[in-house]
Design a protein around this ligand. Structure first.
Ligand SMILES: Nc1ncnc2c1ncn2[C@@H]1O[C@H](COP(=O)(O)OP(=O)(O)OP(=O)(O)O)[C@@H](O)[C@H]1O
Ligand SMILES: [Mg+2]
Length: 262
């Protein structure tokens, strides 16, 4: 089982969007997937069309980590219902729903034993998934540490801008330190570059800089800025099912990224 935290210490760069795109690719390719929404804003939960009030919130599950059986508390993404009837019964896309409750764990001074709560819930007690995607909040406080402690890899998301490049370097350093201190299994899974505009000289410059800095960790293809993305997310739709040719390249990019990760 591949367990990936989707992280950036900088906010708004596309963590949730990348989580959504990979989940959509996974559903499309028959990769059995669980999305853990660790962000108290619960954007992934909204985007994955989870029925309101269903499932047990991540914050509650973290509290009950020693006793809870995770499989009893996940909910199915509403995206599965959008698949053709004959594919629905084979498809697995489940969600640990997010909510403001999990914010109680987002302390910078979280204790190591609290950091291991998601790891306890996932390891040994969960089967039936090929991939777990953990959508993290944009900081290195308690919730991201909880996500990283449970993960094999951190998938970083960056934009082609100076501040985001600097933020990604900080994230890489933080992964190395965290892995040395608490989580020897944890690796950098790669850097996904999001919101790239082909006509921007600044983006071209930053991409070259990222190639130089991150070498083989830079994942290709990069994801282009797509004017339909917000509409797709607003409709809580998987990008692979969106009925328009203008997002076909974006969906294909997520397929290629997923193939490298699983
Ligand atoms: N490739 C893209 N093209 C166009 N819009 C995008 C793209 N990627 C993300 N966005 C938009 O940018 C906004 C921020 O994206 P998203 O919520 O995924 O970032 P985030 O890193 O999860 O943010 P946060 O740090 O708040 O959790 C959203 O409105 C999203 O629709
Ligand atoms: Mg987010």
């Amino acid at each position: 089982m591949q367990i990936l935290s989707v992280s950036s210490l900088k906010g708004g760069v596309g963590k949730t969007s990348v989580t959504m795109g990979l989940a959509s690719a996974a559903l499309h390719q028959g990769v059995r997937t669980l999305v853990v929404d660790l962000d108290p804003h619960a954007d992934s939960t909204t985007g994955l069309a989870v029925a309101r009030g269903t499932g047990t919130e991540a914050g509650q599950l973290l509290r009950d980590a020693k006793r809870a059986n995770l499989s009893d508390h996940v909910v199915r993404s509403g995206w599965v219902d959008l698949l053709p009837q004959e594919h629905r019964s084979d498809a697995t896309l489940d969600v640990v729903v997010g909510s403001a409750l999990s914010a109680a764990f987002d302390r910078p001074d979280i204790r190591p034993r609290d950091m291991r709560r998601l790891r306890l819930l996932l390891l040994d007690r969960v089967t039936g998934y090929d991939l777990v995607l953990i959508d993290c909040p944009p900081s290195l406080a308690g919730l991201t540490r909880i996500g990283w402690s449970a993960s094999n890899g951190v998938l970083m998301v960056a934009e082609p801008s100076l501040f985001s490049v600097a933020g990604t370097e900080r994230t890489m350093r933080a992964i190395r330190m965290f892995s040395n201190e608490y989580a020897p299994q944890l690796k950098s899974a790669g850097v996904v570059v999001n919101r790239v505009r082909a006509d921007s000289a600044e983006h071209e410059y930053r991409l070259l800089e990222m190639e130089r800095l991150y070498k083989d960790k830079l994942m290709l293809p990069v994801l282009e800025e797509n004017p339909f993305w917000q509409q797709i997310q607003g409709a809580a739709y998987p990008v692979h099912q969106w009925p328009s040719d203008q997002v076909r390249d974006l969906a294909r990019s997520f397929d290629q990224l997923l193939e490298q990760l699983v």
